[in-house]
Design a protein around this ligand. Structure first.
Ligand SMILES: Nc1ccn([C@@H]2O[C@H](COP(=O)(O)OP(=O)(O)OP(=O)(O)O)[C@@H](O)[C@H]2O)c(=O)n1
Ligand SMILES: [Ca+2]
Length: 522
């Protein structure tokens, strides 16, 4: 008798369950669809690459750099990277003062290389800049019309290249210092704000922690060229005693007060010229024993052009000979004393100075030292990172290197250009003297100096900072953008959906208390 009752209620129960099952299935489908839409809708667009070219017309040579960056991320920090560097054959453009029309054509080969690196469809829109530094500053002082002719020759060549020519000019020492500082801090990620870190998909925890540490810190920049040297760093001194050394930047929503100075004639080649000009004041005959070159090394110098250079002209003297014969002595101590005289510490009109009466606030933080600072210290194996060597270790290494006879050095390093090799002893001692006597680094803060050539794939130098500035790629304010990266966004969507499904399931279980569960509970 009971049987029809049971069979009568069974179909009713199954249909409710069926409906609920369908609903659960549909809501799961809806959630999956939601995720799929989110994933596809927020897919990053295919990357559109942009390019820029900067020529660094230095005193000793010219380098052409090609940079690239994704067009969509133009205003993010650290997205521009160097993809090519081409060393122009021959001297720096200031070396063409006697044949200015040849300065432009000397760049052709590197421009050809740039044409091959950059897709031809993008040649027309790719900006090209040339910035000349201390060699051209000196030529302008010595012979302004020759400097103009050289600049016009390089301008003509760049104009006739298929790129978007943006100008060829002599940059100031202040710009050189400032752009070098911008370059290294951009490449080290020191301008990154927290929002950029959250957006950066590739940032590992290590990178994140490093960036957090440096959120409020920047690195100073030390650049040593052939004809000038720059020192640039953030100074906490709120009132600058010397306004011409003070720069103010607002970058990515943060204010920076930066000290900078460029010493013309204190690049390593011109410092050597200055030293020789001093030696010539006391020389008795045409033979000059020189403690800054290796024993056994000899070099002949033409006196006729020697004092035409603005770095030596003040020391002009009448000499009874037209050639000077230098003979190396390889004596660290004597050379050090000799070089030290280049830094005049006798008068300082400010609370503190570097040398020659130039204001220098107290040194602060880490410094990245590049160009010849790096070339020389790298040759001498003194660039140890992440643990920089102590000052006494650096000094003793240079001392030992200078004491080696020239023949031995030449044999050991036969693959290195003689012009470079013969001067590493002088340069090593000059670097020590400039940093210790000039800027007053001591053994206590010496290890704050990091000798670096490249940061990831990009060379440390002023060129990248120059291009970032001229293409308006470093905004004053933090650019607005999605607060989360694509990956984090998708992750968050999945998490929310899972929570939603669990809640729905839980609600259904609570409302319907399936018999199997009830039994289990009892
Ligand atoms: N492997 C190298 C490369 C360069 N040099 C020397 O380092 C000096 C500086 O080179 P660089 O920084 O390229 O100077 P420039 O940019 O040419 O000079 P400036 O910035 O003063 O215009 C030059 O004397 C060059 O001969 C070197 O000793 N070893
Ligand atoms: Ca330089």
């Amino acid at each position: 008798m009971d049987e029809p009752k049971v069979t009568g209620t069974k179909p009713k129960m199954s249909s409710t369950r069926m409906i609920l099952l369908i609903l659960a299935f549909l809501s799961t489908l809806a959630v999956i669809a939601l995720i799929a839409v989110a994933v596809t809708q927020n897919q990053p667009l295919p990357e559109n690459i942009k390019y820029g070219i900067v020529l660094d017309a230095g005193s000793s040579h010219t380098n052409l750099y090609v940079y690239e960056w994704p067009a969509e991320k133009e205003n993010d920090t650290g997205v521009v990277k160097q993809v090519e560097v081409c060393k122009v054959e021959g001297p720096g453009i200031s070396g063409y003062s006697h044949a200015p029309e040849k300065a432009g054509p000397s760049l052709e080969q590197c421009l050809q290389q740039a044409k091959e690196v950059i897709p031809s469809a993008q040649h027309k829109e790719t900006p090209v800049y040339l910035g000349a530094t201390a060699g051209m500053r000196l030529l302008r002082l010595q012979n302004e019309s020759a400097a103009d002719k050289v600049l016009s020759s390089v301008g003509n060549t760049l104009r006739s290249a298929p790129f978007n020519f943006q100008g060829a000019r002599i940059i100031t020492g202040q710009e050189e210092g400032a752009y070098g500082w911008i370059t290294i801090n951009y490449l080290l990620g020191n301008f990154k704000q927290l929002i950029n870190l959250l957006r950066a998909e590739t940032s590992g925890w290590k990178k994140l922690l490093h960036s957090l540490k440096s959120l409020s810190e920047t690195s100073g920049a030390l650049d040593l060229g052939g004809a000038s040297t720059q020192i640039t760093f953030v100074s906490k001194e709120l009132t600058s005693e010397s306004p011409e050394n003070q720069l103010y930047f607002r970058l990515y929503g943060k204010d920076y007060q930066v000290y900078t100075h460029s010493f013309l004639c204190y690049g390593k080649d011109q410092a050597l010229q200055q030293k020789l000009a001093r030696d010539l004041q006391t020389v008795e005959n045409s033979l000059l024993p020189d403690p800054c070159f290796h024993k056994g090394y000899e070099r002949t110098i033409n006196i006729s052009d020697f004092f035409k250079n603005p770095c030596t002209s003040e020391k002009k003297t009448q000499l009874p000979f037209s050639q000077l014969y230098i003979k190396g002595e390889g004596d660290y101590q004597k050379c050090r004393e000799n070089i030290q005289n280049l830094f005049d510490k006798s008068n300082c009109p400010y609370s503190s100075c570097s040398f020659n009466g130039i204001y220098l606030p107290p040194l602060q933080g880490d410094f990245g030292a590049f160009s010849a600072f790096y070339f020389v210290m790298n040759f001498l194996n003194l660039t140890s990172e992440p643990n920089p060597l102590a000052l006494n270790k650096v000094t003793s290494t240079i001392e030992r290197f200078c004491a080696r006879p020239w023949q031995e050095v030449k044999t050991a390093y036969h693959h290195i250009k003689e012009k470079y090799l013969s001067e590493y002893c002088f340069s090593g001692i000059y670097i020590l003297s400039l940093l210790e006597n000039g800027y007053e680094f001591t053994e206590n803060n010496w290890q704050m100096i990091h000798f670096l050539g490249k940061i990831e794939s990009s060379d440390a130098g002023w060129t990248l900072g120059y291009m970032l500035n001229l293409t308006n790629m470093i905004p004053a304010e933090e650019p607005a953008g999605p607060p989360l990266s694509h990956g984090s966004y998708v992750g968050l969507m999945v998490l929310c959906s899972l929570v939603l499904v669990s809640v729905l399931l839980f609600a259904w279980l609570l409302l319907h208390k399936p018999k199997c569960l009830q039994k289990g509970i009892v």
